[in-house]
Design a protein around this ligand. Sequence first.
Ligand SMILES: *[C@@H]1O[C@H](CO)[C@@H](O)[C@H](O)[C@H]1NC(C)=O
Ligand SMILES: *[C@@H]1O[C@H](CO)[C@@H](O)[C@H](O)[C@H]1NC(C)=O
Length: 415
Amino acid sequence: MSETNPLLNKRSPREEDIYEYEEYDEELSLSPGVKYTLYGLAGFLCVGILYVFTVFLPAYFIPEAVELDDIVKISDLGVELKPLVSTVMFNDVVDSDDFVDELDSDDFDDELDMLEADHITHYEDENAVGGSKNTVERLIMIGDIHGHYIELRHLLRKVKYNKKKDYLLVLGDFVSKGPDSQKVIEFLDKNNIDCILGNHEFYILQNYVKFHGLKFPDFIVGNSTESIPLDIHVSDAFNDDPEFLLAKKLQPEHIRYINKCSLIKKLGQVPVYSKKKSSGIFKHITTTKSSPGIAVHGGLRWDLSLEDQNPIEALEMRSLVGPYFNRSTDDPHEQFSVSWSKVWNKKQKRSSTSSVVYYGHDARRGLNLKPYSRGLDTGCDRGEQLSALVIWNEADATGGIDQIVYKEKVVQVMC
Ligand SMILES: *[C@@H]1O[C@H](CO)[C@@H](O)[C@H](O)[C@H]1NC(C)=O
Ligand SMILES: *[C@@H]1O[C@H](CO)[C@@H](O)[C@H](O)[C@H]1NC(C)=O
């Protein structure tokens, strides 16, 4: 049929065809009015299709962009630990792995509210200990989660996380690599769980501002700000870098959550012990000695104040390079380098103002518990473990605050 339709036939008419053409012309030609209506409709269709592909679909799949706030470089925990009287709390920690199947339930809130740690008794007078800060019973820190949502839920059940009584802080790298980055962010956000910025969250923020053409935030230090160069780890607009693809998909509330994580957090007094403990044997300490605690994702330079730490180094360092150990590297095989925590511990022992650092980032060295540092990235994304470190204080029933003991315990699940 199209062969003979003069509107579609592009052959130059041969002699013998001309008569036929004229005939068909009369039969099939459309009136000018109808023709223009059809052209008009076709035009509308094209514009419509163009609109769907260039405006509607991108807006549908690429969430609205939000401007980023400056990142807080150093924040305070904002709560303090209320000493507990009982010592039986951890004797009944669930130690089996058979509740994974129950994790599909969607009512997180109900579930978390029900997870009461049963055997804790409290000081009757809430004001007997502590100042104006709110108090919590336990501080729980979790190493690099990397989107492993199921394992995170599993670990929280194992430590009997109670969101009303515990303060939970994730030590960065809760996104990227693993299967459920968005689910992890949503869970942390929904339950008001606090976070430290990890290098992967930092890369996500960088990809996000690049993709949306936004300004990269500065770091707030005291009441001034510090800019950092934006040229590392940023992907170009059209690529399949997983971090870039994740940044593109993130909803405004995901980005706002990541944007709130601070680089460094001061934790208040935490336990110090005297010898390096082998991670195989040691999982639980009790001590009367304490020092200020600090949380950071990568590590800290021993020779700089918290204010002077370089944000990129704090996110990425694994080792320090000799002979002065005043330069960091993320490559643990670099010549003359030793783990930053080794240098840190050596220096803290000789210092009158020592601090204990809780960090992640170094899956290769795994659980790394030293007197003044606790490495908690235990390689969940490599099929190893996800680790929580729980800190709480106890006082015997007869004693006052001078009888406080500082306690710490590692709880792990397999990944
Ligand atoms: C903040 O800035 C003001 C001046 O703008 C200064 O007087 C004050 O000392 C600063 N505070 C801190 C903590 O740096
Ligand atoms: C490290 O310290 C040495 C000796 O004080 C100094 O010469 C060098 O410039 C420092 N390097 C850095 C990166 O600060």
